[in-house]
Design a protein around this ligand. Structure first.
Ligand code: THU
Length: 127
């Protein structure tokens, strides 16, 4: 699978991040088994705990569009190399992983890393 387009969209949407408190911008783009892409950026709040991560924002857009299975997610931050998803986002991604699994695509100066979600969240909880 060619992840360049997914990464480019994650880079582009990270520019819309609303992160006045942490100053840590993040963009994400999910790729569904229907072949569609959905983006999201993080947006923070004065009440800090209400912050929504880029990954969960992107997943929400995919679900709202009627998607059910996510095959991959690209995550990008201009503030950090290889921006791994937080624990909460790993659990949310796990809920919508495709039958073939879900690849987490990360970018850094040594290139692109593709890590299976299963490696980041082994034996994730699911009802
Ligand atoms: N953040 C994300 O958007 N995704 C992650 O996986 C890590 C953290 C955001 C949340 C917050 O706005 C900022 O990065 C610093 O934690």
């Amino acid at each position: 699978m060619d992840y360049n387009e997914l990464i480019n969209r994650a880079i582009e949407v990270s520019k819309n991040s609303y992160a006045p408190y942490s100053k840590f911008a993040v963009g994400a783009c999910v790729f569904t088994t229907n072949g569609n892409m959905y983006t999201g950026c993080n947006f923070e709040n004065s009440s800090f705990g209400l912050t929504i991560c880029a990954e969960r924002n992107a997943v929400g857009s995919a679900i709202a569009a009627g998607e059910t299975q996510i095959r991959a997610v690209a995550i990008y931050s201009p503030n950090s190399e290889y921006c791994y998803p937080c624990g909460a986002c790993r659990q949310v991604l796990n809920e919508f992983k495709s039958e073939e699994g879900l690849d987490v695509i990360l970018t850094g100066k040594d290139g692109i890393k593709s890590v299976p979600l299963e490696q980041l969240l082994p034996e994730g909880f699911i009802l």
